[in-house]
Design a protein around this ligand. Structure first.
Ligand SMILES: [Zn+2]
Length: 85
């Protein structure tokens, strides 16, 4: 399983609907929000088999707007190797 960042932008008028659906889907606690700061984006990091599977964590009507990024860590050895380039 890989880790994916989900970034789900939405409009103020859609907040309640999105939150209710994520609650129903069981993903509410996976997300952090910028809504109260006026930034209507939800972020979550979840484990999934693929980008497509990660995308299923948001409701269909916001799915095409969601940005999904596969995450990786760098080991100290990898950083050292990069430094030498
Ligand atoms: Zn919002």
């Amino acid at each position: 399983m890989d880790r994916y960042l989900i970034e789900s932008p939405h409009e103020l008028k859609d907040c309640a609907r999105l939150l209710q659906q994520l609650k129903a889907m069981g993903y509410l606690y996976n997300f952090d929000w910028g809504c109260k700061a006026g930034v209507h984006i939800g972020w979550a990091i979840i484990e999934a088999e693929s980008e497509a599977q990660a995308r299923l964590a948001v409701p269909p009507w916001v799915r095409s707007h969601a940005r999904i990024v596969k995450l990786n860590k760098f080991s100290p050895e990898e950083v050292n190797a990069l430094h030498g380039e």
